[in-house]
Every structure is written in C-alpha cells, then in structure tokens.
Write a protein of this length. Structure first.
Lengths: 1210, 307
C-alpha cells in the first residue's frame, strides 16, 4: 500500500511545474556557482573543500524549494477542494503522512542530486573558470550529500510538512522555509562565514550555541575547516566529529521528533479547519432565522440611484483601501512576517553594542542603528514580502471567486489598482515604523538619549520611497502577467536583476537602468546625506514618474471579467484612462524624460562617465601609450608648493601649484611624463627648466591623463625643473567620484596623490587582471620580484614608494571650517569670508598628501614642545581624552626609544565615515573615520581600550612608515610599516595593561594568523618576504613574532636594534630591506640567530596538545607532576606543502602552585620531541594547573589546548 | 428593454459558446433554461459586461452594452453562478462595501438600503457574522442582496438555486418574484421548476443556440396531445428508445415511466398526458439531439462520399 502511495506521490511531483522549475534552478545554480565561490588560488576548483562549499551553498535554497514542494504535497487537496475526498478514502493517517513525507524527501533529493551533477559537469566543462583542477572523486559529492544535504532534507521536509499539516496555510508553509533560512543567517553572521563575508574576524568558536543552531551544519563546517591550508582543502573531507557531529545529531533528532509528532497528532479529518466550528454556529443561526422569516418588514427595500459624481470614486477607494488594509492586518501570516522582521532587527541592532574580544562596541547612535537595516536588510526583506503580497492582493478576488461582483460594479479599475497600492504601502510603513521603534527602544535601554528623530523620520523618505516604487512595479507586473506565480518570478527578476548592478552583465550598467535605485547613500554624522540627498531626489523623480506611468498602464490594463487576453485589454487602455489620464501620463512622461536627461547630463556630460568597457579600454590605452616611461628615467618631486581653495558648499575645489622636480637618477632625462586624473579640469600645465625654458608638450592625452613634455635641454643628474599647474574640479552627487575624494558641505577629503599631477608612469593605472590583459593583447604583468632579485637589480639602492618632498601650502576653505594638511601650521587668517591656513614642513616628508576640511572642534595639548591636537566633529566628543593620551604615550615611547619626532605639530583628525578610513597615517597626522574610534563606547570595556590602542598605533607610523619609508619593492617592505607599528603598539599596551593582557591579545593575533593563512589564495611566505597584500603576515604573525622576540631577547635589545635601524635608513638615506632589519636583530642578539630566523625566515609551527596532567604527592611531601604532551612540528615549504618534521623543542612550562593558600607560579624548562612525551616535574608545593609556553614564544596552532588543571592522584 | 442581436462567441479552444443568439426581453422575470454546458453562463457573463463577443449587439434601454460597459454597470445587478467572498468580513460590512462600489455615496441612504436588503433576504440576524462562514442558502441570499444594491434595472442571476434545499429554494423564489416589476430579471437555470414557478417568459438554450422561446403556457399548449406516457421495465428501455421519440424517462415510485412524443397514440399501453414545462424542455432538447445526430450522420455520409 505504502509503496503504491509513494509511487503515486512521485508521479504527482514529477508532473508539477514547480518540480521542473526546481530542477532547472538547482542545475543552473550548481553550474553557475562552481568556480565562483570560495577562495580558489591554490585550492582546486573540484577539491573536496570547494565541492563541499559549493554544494552546501546551493543547498541553502533547499528550504525554499521544499516549502513549495510541501505546499504541493500537503495542501494540494485543500487547493483543489479534494480534502474531503482524500481524507475519507481508506488510507490511514500513517500511510498518508509517510507516503507524502517520503515523496517530498525523494523529490527534494532528486533536485539536490541534479545540483550536484551540475557541479560535476561544470568541473568538466570548465571554460571561464579561473583555477586548477584535480581528479574527480564522486566520494566528495556523496559525503556532502550524506553528512549535510540528506539530513537537511529530512529536517526541512519535517518542518515544513508539520507546519503545512497543522496550519493548512500556504503562506505559513512558505514562511517555515524562511525561518530555517533565518536561523542559518543568524548563525552565519556570528560565525562570519567565509562564503559570504571576506573579512576575517579571527574570532571563530566563541559562540558554541550559534554553531549548533545552524540547521544547515554549514557553520560547523566553517569552524572545522577554518585553519585548513590549501593542501588540506585539496585532499581532506571534513570528519564527522566534534561540533559537526553534534550539530548533525541534534538536527536529525529534531527531524525525528517532529515527524513523530505529526504521526501522532495529525488526524485525517477536517476539524483542523478553524472555520468548521464557526460554520456550525452560523448554521444554527440560519435555523433560527427560518422561523423568524419575515418578508413584510417595516424596513422596506427602496432603490437608490447610484451617484455619478467623482466623489463616488474617492469613497470607493477609501472603502477598498480599508478593506485591503484590514485584510492585511487580520492575516496571521502578516503578523508572523512582522514578528520575523522585529526579531531580525533586534539581532542586527544588537551587533552595534555587542562586545567581541578585542574590538569595541559603538554607542548606539541613530546613524549606526539605521546602518543596520536601512540600506540592505529593509529593502531585501521588504522586496520578498511585497512581491508575495502584491501577487496575493492582485489575484485575491479571482482566487476567492468573487471577481465577478467587483468586476460588474461600476467602479473604475484604477480604484482597485490604487487600493491595493495603498494597502501594500502599509507594509514598508509598518516595517520602517517598527524599525524606528526597535531602534528607540534599544537606545533607551542603553541609556542613550540623543534620539535624532529627524534622522529616524528620514528613513521613510530615503528607504520608504524606493519601496513604494517597488510596489508599483510589482502591481504592474501582476496586472500584466496572466499568472500569479509567473508574475512573482518576473517581479523578482525585474527588481533583483534590473534593480541592482547585476544587470551590468548584460550591459545595463548605467544607473538610469536600475529601477528605483539612486546612487549609494552615505550618511555621516558630520555631513548628513549631503550630496546624495539631491541626486536621490532627482532619481526618485525619474523613477517616480516612471512608476506613475506603470500605474497608469496598470489602471488601463486592469483585468476585468473573463476576457482578459492582453490584446483585449490593450484596446481598453485609452477608454479606461480617459482624457485626464492621458494628460497626466503625458506629464509623467515629460518628467521621466526630463529628469532622465538631467541625470544623464550630470553623469555623462558634466563629468566623465566610464562604463566598465570604457575603463578597460582606458587602461589599455594608457598602458600602450605610456608604458615606455616605466623604463625611462624620470625626475622626482623635490618640493611641492600649492594654493588650494576648497569650496565645500559648492562641492568644488581649485588648486594652483608649483613642483620642483629633480633628477635623482644617474641618467640624463629628455622626456617627462606628467600624469593627472582625467576627472580634473586642467587649466595650466607648464614645465620649465632652471633657465626658464619652457618644455614642449608633445603628447597631450587629457582623457588618459597623460602629458609628455620634450625638454629643451636634457636634464642632467641633480638638475632641477619647475612644474606649474592649475586645475579645478566640480563634483556632484551624480558622477561616480571616489568616495575617498569628495568635497561636500561639511566633509572634504582630497588625496592629492590622485588629484595633483604625478611624474612618470603610474603602474596602478594599467589593467591588473591577467585574463583581461591577455584579451587585450597585453603582455603578462611582471612576476613578483623576490627580495633577492630586487637587491640584485638595485644594488640595495631602493627608491621609496613616494618621493620625500619639502612641502608648503596655503589652503582656504569656507568660513567656520578648519582645513588641515601635513606640516606645521604657521599662520591662519580670514579674508573675504573665507578661512586661510598656511602649512609648512621643516623636514622632508613622504608625498602622501591629504587635505581635509570640516567644521571641527579641537582639543589641544602640549607634549615635550610638540603641539598635539585632535580635531573632531563636535558631537563626537566622548573619546577625545583617550586619543590624546594614546598619542602622548605613543610619542613618548617612540621618542625615548627610536629617536625624535621631526616636526612641531601632530594632529589626529576625524574623517567622514564613508571615506572608509579606519585609520590612516599621513605625515604629521592621523585620519580616523567617525566610527573607527570617535564613537566607540568604552564604558564597559573589559580588554583593551581600542581608542587608545588605535591612536597609539597610528602615531607609531610616524616612525614606522614615515621616518622609515617602505622601499618600493615587492617583498618585505611592509615589515617596516605594519609589523613595527604593531610592535610599538604592543609595548605601549603592555605598559598600560600588563603582560597578561598583552599576551591574551598576542594569542588572539596568533589565531588570526592561522585563519588568515588558511584563506591565502597564493603561497604563504616567510615573514621577511611578506607581500604587500599579506595582512595576516605583516600584522598578525608580525605582532606575534615581535612579541616573542622581545620576550626572548628583551625589549631593550629589540629597541636598540630598531634605533640603529632608524639612524641608518631614515631619509635622505635609502630605505631598508627586511634583511637589514634581521641584521640589526642579529647584531644585538647574535646567540638567538636561529630563533630569529625561525620566526622571520622560516615557516614552521607546532601543534602542542596537553593530554594529561596528573600529580602525586610523594612521601617527602613534594609533588611529582606527570604530563602527557603530544608535539607535532610542521614545516611549510615554498609551495605551501606542509610536512611534519622531527624536532626537539625546548619549551617553558608554568605550574601554578598553592603556597599557604596563595597561588604562585613556577617556571620549568622542558624538552619535547615530536610525538608523545611523558614529562615529570617536581615541585615543593601543591600544583593546581599547568600552562605550556604561556609567554607564546612558539607559534602554536593548538593554543587552546595548552592549559590544564592538575589532577591529584594517590 | 434588452435586445440581443446575433451574438456569436467561440472560445480559444474551439468551443462555440454562443451561436447566433437573438432575444428580446422585456421587464419581468425571464427564464433561461438549458442543460449544463449549454452556454447559459457565457451568455449571462456577456450580458453582465464581463465578457466580449465575436460579433453581435446587446442593447439595454438605449445603452450599447458591449461598447459602454461602464454605463451598464451603473444599472446592473449580477449574481454569478458560483462565488466566494472575502474571509472574515461581516455581511453588513461587505454589503456596505459593495454599495459603495456601486456608487451609493450617501452614508445614511446606503445603510438604510443595506439594512433593508439584509432584512429582505432574512439575514438581519447574522449581519455581523462573516459571510464566508454562511451556509449555501444564506450565501445565495446574500448574493441576491448584493445584486439589488443601488437601483439595478437589469438583474442577472445565474443558476441561483443549485445546491439549495427545498425550503431555501422556496424562499429564494419568493424573493425573486418580488423583483420583476420595472426591471429585467434574467434567471438562468437547468431546473425546469424554477422557470415554471417564476417566469412569465422563457427561452431554452442548448449548445449555444436558442432553441425555443416564448411564454411557458403557450409553449405547453403547443405540445398538447402529443405527449404519451407508459411504464416500462429496465430492459425494455433500449427497445423503446430505438422505436419511439423518447423525450424523458422519469422514475416514479421506483417504476420507469417514459414520455414520448407522437402525434397519435403509438400503442395501446401509452396514455396521453397533459404536457408540462418539463415535457416542453425535454422535447426541445430531444429535437436538438435528433437534429444533431442527423447532421452528424449526414456529415459522415458526406465525408465518405467525398472519399
């Protein structure tokens, strides 16, 4: 019987359109996602890791697919009014449930197998995939299927099956799929899934619970593989153990429980329909009414002639809107959606004040609250709800079989369209209002009382308006498309594909194509939405008039009666709209075209617009045109003297300036290439030699930003040239200006490296993508040069990354603002309603110039003749003292240990959030964006004061990065920037917080190193070779190495080496190579050469596991501790291959002992060999715990298992 | 008042729903009788401006229905064959909403009429209950109340008594019978009694064609002396069908009673009976079938001869 039923189920499912749509969907996804997801690099595209990742990724769509299948499986009887027939047939409840459940499971399994096949096929038909391949193993697919996907299918089927059986509601069943998805998202957000986020928080494994609540098991997979290297990813399948096993067992049991529940509770009768009871009561009422039948009542029916006034339409609209709204309000599903939304909001907003290890929570400022939902969560969540409800509402009368009543009424189609529009607009209104309420509640809860209601209310405008347009589009699509579900698909397609940059794939790159989308909004407490607010308004006018046109078409095409073919309805448009409608649509059309033209003008004509094809071509042309200058000797900039006028309120700036160029090479120079961004309006560019002869401009390519001058007389070494220029730029919220260089009302930031002329060929402007280079016939980019190659090439005479310059500038800005740049402020004045500032440097600085201007408050202090100032947005005043003391302590530490600060002033300046500068060290100044310190909430900080730490770190760059500049080579130069700044920072923090806390931070960094190397797409390198993009080396391993080094040889000796480094390599001397740093270390600690080399020149690490720690009390009253320690030492070769090596390792063991009720520590040295070690230690006092290598002198992957309580045995 | 001229409609699937239909209908109740699938609902929907035609005209009191549907809708009351309602909305509120949609803008007037209609349809006691929970009869009465909102000059009720118990049906008929003054009420049904009880004029529709129209009494008169009846056994049915024009076989107390059409007494066992409207209806359908069979046979012969 069951077999027959099951066969029937399978026949049923395989005849559904949904099934075929699912097949196509999973196949397409498997095919498309393969090769695009995860970190390829050295990891093979068909490695067990990537196969599993991709397969799991497409498995994310299972709950949605399954809820659709479940609706078919369980609710089909209801939908076809066959329930009574099916339930009264002779099948038992058990057979009914099992057959349908299994049918569901088998069908879903079929879908996911197709997905797997698609992945497999894609690894054979692999054109277009970047990455390498290994042998195909079906086992990888089967394992993922068995461990993850099949259990997931059993679970999701059970959940949506139960929901469908008990609720008998279509939308509740769909929602059950959504809830599963949300559980996953919640878990993934906290676990920081590498599938979605690129950022390594390095903070995995802190929240066990969150690993368990992920019903997909993906978070557990992430955790299990977080430290895996490329080799492991290429060869290993995850083992079913630990957290993963626990996760799987939990969720399988839950599926079993749910299924049992359904089997026991679900009966094949119709009493589950709530309305059955009501029906009874209504019937009994009916019975009564028969007796009271009275046709001759005094309430006589009299006819009333319908009004023909326009008021009737208003009333009809009002009544319909009321009806639709009450439908929404009374629908259970809507409240479930609202509940989900609220739940989501709490989760998201909580992350603002959530304190994680070594990171700081923020004050729950309104702009931060908005940031959590306004830009992504709200639009995405609303989109799906709106697509669903617009379909539901448009087809409601039809589905309820009451369309004839409505259609035969004299009310216009526009009334129905509009009533649905207004009712639907309640959804975003609700969502936004709830979000505001949750935000306010949250702020109140945290005693944060600056509510900024105006900002809150602006959400209705900035986020609500686009959603209204979304509604218009959804309604229009539903009116146009003759099937509800196809309509939903079309809506999603239109909104997701055309409404985002995805449509760039088919060439629709320009914003004018992206429905209901405006240029990205960037809110800053300093600046509001500023520029974006105007462009937003214009874009909304553009899309708003388009949406109105859609509405008008929707009025005209509104389905009425049963003859609803498009051709029939098309004919009625004109008569439906009437004259006023036609006039109105003409107005909309004119607004649409007008605003569109304005946007086009602002984007493409007033500014430079580059499509991705344009910018590719631009890069190719630049390279072809100017490549030869990369090899030609070019002069360096020796001094910069500018006059910069900022007009923040007009979004405009003007610069006139003069460079002294000098030939620092040993060759003579005949031609000079000047580079300038094509977005600038250049009004003057003159190159003269010191005899005042003007060089001839022989090649003038303003689009490419290249200008070639022929010198009248060849420039001999050490001879000078003068370049004078003037330029300006008008910005607007339409053009795609880099957010980093914007001139806006209260926040201006200019990077003069990209807004002033540069000399010579700019490598970064060439195409960097090898595939595109090949396509355009360009030769491959030169391979990374090893440090030895660089040395051989230059004989150790490196040029710096930027030229060192003498700098003087007069910058003016709007009155009331302060304009800040590098150098010491020597004079300031006001003239003609503008504020002027004169900056000048005594010492040469790196040419990394920045101008910033805003209406700042300032806190000043003096430290050893240095004027320190923090410039900040007046409302962001809570952490200023912390910054000042961080700056002072940092200046003090470095001046004491590495040499003097060569300027008179130092300032830390707040930059607008959207500049994305978490911290940026320019000469004589640090830039820090709003929420990278100024708004940290330090009140409950348990570990580091992050404001203090970051300020100290950035100040350290005045030495590490500015006094010692990084050489312009491929390997090792970042050691002098980040590793040493990390070291200075650690020493300062150690002083304030003590060794224990500092070590905790170092261990945290050690984890980050291991996570970071697992995500390496290329080869890991030894620390001294660190490439410029290997942050896990220069920051994390560097910090750990330096800390271990100073623990081993002593802080004094390290500082001695660094001081010597500064003296030898500071400007005007050549910058150092990393080998020079090692030489300094060898010089101060020759006996530790091997140790230094192990950290800096080799790639080794240990895995130490403390299996057992026992102690026995001996007869003489002393204790013998026996430790069981497993040691594995691994060596990584240049190809990233890891191998265990035989090693003898001396390590420190610290035993905590009890002496007269007090805890003391004893340090022992032990020697371990690879493998299992039985170690015995003797101590006078009662041992309580042991800790292996507590000072982190070794790089240990297993740090969490290095500590144990000592068990006393007798 | 209502003039229908040469309506033709063929659906996309080739089914000819309306075939050259012409009717003139005056004020009063008009019965449209026909078997299931005859095209009644198509015609009703067309008259209610919910469906177009391929050719033909409909004129109601000077309004060209096909070209000015909106003008018709102002004076239309329509009760579709099968209908649902919004869930969880009370009879009063829903009726009030429909009244607004019909254009009754004065609140007092509207509520007065809604209450009166609820009373008239005997729904006052349940006016605050959700219509979606009503029994079939109550729902139909609600439907008619809905159709009477405003001042409908043309009321179209499509198969209103299907599924009603006798008492419900009876009450429904009383309600309809009160409406026939000054307005056109078209009642479509496949139940002969509905027409004989209510309609002074009628038409029979089958396979999209009007087969017969007139006053029921006159139509019955035309059949006088032509309907014969006898009781037969089950196994005889086939023989009788082959030899006589059997228009209907009715069961009466478990016996089979056949009615045949003949100008004179065919056999001694046949008794002449006084024809009723049912006989008229079945006789018409019989002739239609006969005609169709003959046509089919002809067509078949033609087809063969063409070969």
């Amino acid at each position: 019987m069951l077999k027959n039923l099951l066969q029937f189920e399978m026949r049923f499912h395989t005849r559904q359109i949904a099934f075929y749509l699912g097949l196509i969907l999973f196949f397409v996804m498997g095919f498309l996602v393969t090769g695009r997801l995860g970190y390829a690099g050295k990891v093979f595209v068909n490695s067990p890791h990537l196969v599993t990742s991709v397969y799991l990724f497409i498995g994310l769509y299972l709950p949605i697919a399954m809820s659709v299948l479940t609706v078919n499986a369980v609710l089909r009887d209801d939908m076809h009014n066959a329930t009574a027939m099916v339930y009264s047939s002779h099948i038992s409840a058990k057979q009914f449930i099992l057959s349908r459940y299994l049918g569901l499971v088998l069908t879903a399994t079929g879908l996911i197998i197709i997905g797997g096949l698609a992945i497999l096929l894609r690894t054979y038909f692999s054109s277009g995939i970047e990455g390498d391949f290994t042998d195909t193993h079906i086992a990888y697919y089967l394992w993922t299927l068995l461990v993850f996907l099949l259990p997931n299918i059993l679970l999701f089927a059970a959940i949506s099956f139960a929901v469908a059986c008990f609720s008998r509601s279509v939308i509740m069943t769909y929602l059950s799929g959504l809830v599963i998805y949300i559980l996953y998202m919640l878990s993934a957000t906290f676990v920081d899934s590498s599938l979605f986020a690129g950022s390594a928080s390095g903070n995995l494994g802190t929240a066990q619970l969150l690993i368990y609540i992920d019903p997909f098991g993906m978070s557990a997979y992430e955790i299990a593989t977080q430290f895996w290297t490329a080799t492991e990813k290429n060869t290993q399948l995850v083992s079913l153990s630990g957290d993963l096993l626990f996760n799987r067992v939990i969720w399988l049991s839950i599926s079993g429980l749910i299924l049992t529940l359904v089997l026991h509770k679900f009966k094949l009768n119709l009493e589950y329909k709530a309305s059955a009871k009501q029906k009874k009561s209504a019937n009994s009422l009916d019975g009564r009414s028969v007796n009271q039948s009275n046709l001759n009542s005094q309430l006589r029916y009299t006819t009333i002639t319908p009004s023909t006034s326009n008021k009737r339409h208003w009333l009809a609209l009002k009544s319909s809107v009321g009806l639709e709204m009450s439908y929404l309000m009374k629908s259970y599903a809507f409240w479930v959606v609202v509940g989900l939304w609220t739940f989501f909001l709490f989760g998201e907003i909580y992350t603002i004040i959530k304190s994680a290890e070594f990171s700081s929570p923020l004050y729950p400022m309104t702009s931060r609250v908005l940031d959590r939902f306004m830009y992504d969560l709200l639009p995405r969540f609303s989109l799906f709800v709106l697509v669903f409800y617009s379909a539901d509402m448009v087809w409601r009368e039809k589905d309820l079989k009451m369309a004839a009543f409505i259609d035969a009424s004299p009310t216009k189609g526009s009334v129905f369209f509009l009533s649905k529009f207004f009712a639907l607009s309640l959804i975003p209104f609700f969502f936004i209002t709830i979000a505001i309420a949750v935000g306010l509640f949250f702020q109140w809860l945290n005693n944060y009382s600056d509510y900024e209601m105006t900002l809150y209310f602006s959400v209705y405008y900035y986020a609500g308006l686009p959603l209204l347009l979304t509604i218009a589009m959804c309604l229009f699509v539903q009116v146009l498309v003759p099937n509800k579900y196809i309509g939903m698909l079309v809506s999603v397609f239109v909104l997701l594909f055309l409404g985002t940059n995805l449509s760039g794939f088919i060439g629709l790159e320009h914003n004018l194509w992206h429905f209901a989308k405006a240029p990205e909004l960037n809110y800053s407490d300093m600046n509001g939405f500023d520029q974006a607010s105007f462009s937003f308004a214009v874009y909304m006018l553009y899309w708003g008039s388009f949406a109105l046109l859609l509405c008008l078409l929707g009025f005209g095409l509104w389905r009425r009666g049963s003859d609803v073919s498009f051709s029939n309805r098309r004919k009625q448009i004109v008569s439906q709209l009437g004259q006023s409608g036609a006039r109105f649509s003409l107005v909309c059309l004119m607004l649409f075209i007008g605003s569109g033209s304005y946007i086009f003008y602002q984007t493409n004509i007033a500014a430079n617009y580059y499509s991705s094809a344009d910018s590719e071509q631009f890069r190719v042309d630049y390279e072809n045109q100017f490549k030869k200058f990369a090899e030609l000797a070019q002069p360096s900039i020796d001094s910069v003297n500018t006059k910069v006028d900022l007009y923040p309120s007009d979004s405009r700036f003007e610069v006139t300036g003069e460079y002294q160029l000098i030939n620092r090479t040993k060759q003579t120079i005949n031609q000079v290439l000047i580079e300038l961004s094509g977005d600038l309006n250049l009004t003057q560019l003159i190159l003269k030699d010191n005899r005042n002869q003007q060089a001839k401009l022989v090649l003038n390519k303003p689009n490419l930003g290249g200008y070639v001058f022929d010198l009248i007389e060849p420039l001999k070494p050490a001879q000078q040239l003068t370049l004078t220029f003037s330029l300006d730029q008008q910005q607007s919220g339409f053009a795609d200006f880099s957010k980093r260089s914007m001139v806006t009302k209260n926040s201006t930031l200019l990077y003069l490296s990209s807004q002033l002329p540069r000399v010579g060929y700019v490598k970064q402007k060439a195409l960097q993508n090898e595939k595109l280079r090949e396509k355009n016939g360009l030769e491959k980019l030169p391979a990374i040069e090893t440090i030895e190659q660089s040395l051989a090439k230059t004989q150790g005479i490196f040029s710096g990354e930027d030229d060192f310059i003498r700098f003087e500038t007069i910058v003016s800005t709007d009155k009331g603002q302060t304009a800040i740049t590098s150098g010491d402020l020597i004079e300031q004045w006001q003239k003609d309603g503008r504020a002027y500032f004169h900056y000048k440097t005594d010492q040469a600085i790196r040419n990394a110039l920045i101008y910033i201007s805003s209406n700042y408050a300032v806190a000043k202090e003096k430290f050893n003749d240095i004027d320190i100032a923090v410039y900040y947005h007046p409302q962001h005043n809570k952490n200023i003292q912390r910054m000042l003391s961080g700056i002072k302590d940092s200046l003090s530490y470095q001046m004491t240990n590495f040499g003097n600060y060569p300027h008179q002033q130092f300032k830390q300046v707040e930059a607008a959030e959207y500049t994305g500068l978490s911290g940026y060290a320019a000469p004589t100044m640090t830039l820090m964006s709003e929420h990278a310190g100024f708004t940290y909430d330090l009140t409950n900080s348990e570990d580091y004061d992050q404001v203090y730490r970051r300020s100290a770190h950035e100040v350290a760059h005045q030495w590490w990065g500015h006094l010692i500049a990084p050489a312009n080579i491929d390997e090792g130069s970042m050691l002098f920037v980040e590793t040493l700044a990390r070291y200075s920072e650690s020493m300062i923090m150690k002083k304030v917080y003590g060794d224990e806390m500092a070590l905790k931070f170092i261990n945290f960094e050690m984890d980050r190193y291991f996570t970071g190397r697992a995500r390496e797409t290329d080869n890991e390198l030894p620390l001294y070779r660190t490439r410029n993009d290997q942050r896990y080396l220069m920051y994390s391993k560097g910090a750990v190495a330096m800390y271990a080094l100073q623990n081993t040889i002593g802080e004094d000796r390290v500082n001695l080496a660094l001081r010597s480094l500064v003296e030898k390599y500071r400007f005007p001397n050549n910058p150092p190579a990393s080998l020079d740093l090692l030489n300094e270390f060898y010089a101060v600690a020759p006996e530790y050469k091997a140790y230094i080399d192990e950290w800096f020149k080799q790639m080794t690490y240990v895995e130490m596991q403390l299996n057992k720690a026992d102690a026995t009390k001996l007869n003489d009253g002393t204790y013998e501790i026996s430790l069981d320690i497993n040691l594995v030492k691994k060596q990584v070769d240049n190809l990233g291959e890891e191998s265990a090596i035989e090693a003898t390792q001396l390590i420190e063991v610290v035993v905590t002992v009890e002496v007269n009720g007090e805890m003391k520590t004893e340090t022992h040295q032990i020697e371990l060999v690879s493998g299992v070690n039985q170690i015995k230690l003797n101590t006078q006092n009662k041992p309580s715990s042991v800790d292996l290598d507590p000072r982190s002198l070794l790089l240990n992957k297993n740090k969490s298992q290095a500590k144990s309580e000592v068990v006393l045995v007798n | 008042m209502l003039t229908i001229t040469n309506l033709n409609k063929t659906y996309g699937n080739g089914v000819k729903a309306l075939s050259n239909i012409s009717l003139t209908i005056d004020a009063g109740l008009f019965g449209l009788l026909g078997p299931n699938g005859a095209g009644k609902s198509s015609l009703m929907r067309t008259l209610a401006s919910l469906q177009g035609v391929d050719s033909g005209d409909i004129n109601f009191a000077g309004v060209n229905v096909l070209e000015q549907p909106a003008a018709l809708r102002n004076q239309l009351g329509y009760l579709p064959q099968e209908f649902g309602v919004y869930p969880k909305i009370s009879a009063f509120n829903l009726l009030d909403h429909f009244a607004v949609l019909k254009g009754i803008i004065d609140k007092k007037d509207r509520q007065q009429q809604v209450n009166a209609l609820l009373e008239q349809t005997n729904l006052t006691d349940v006016k605050n209950k959700a219509v979606s929970d009503f029994s079939g009869g109550m729902k139909q009465r609600f439907g008619i109340a809905q159709a009477l909102l405003g001042d409908p000059k043309l009321i179209i009720v499509d198969e209103p008594t299907a599924g009603l118990d006798p008492e419900e049906r009876n009450r429904f008929h009383q309600l309809l019978s009160q409406l026939g003054e000054n307005r056109v009420v078209i009642l479509s049904t496949h139940i002969v009694e509905d027409v004989s009880e209510l309609c002074p004029k009628m038409a029979v529709l089958a396979a999209g064609k009007i087969l017969l129209q007139g006053k029921p009494s006159e139509l019955i008169n035309q059949l006088k002396g032509k309907v014969w009846q006898r009781v037969i056994d089950v196994e005889q049915e086939k023989i009788f069908r082959e030899n006589f024009k059997v228009i209907s076989i009715r069961l009466s107390e478990g016996k089979r009673c056949i009615h045949i059409l003949a100008d004179s007494q065919p056999e001694a066992e046949f008794k002449m009976v006084e024809p009723d409207l049912e006989d008229v209806y079945f006789a018409t359908l019989y002739q239609q079938h006969d005609q169709q069979n003959a046509d089919n046979a002809n067509n078949a012969i033609n087809a063969i001869s063409v070969k």
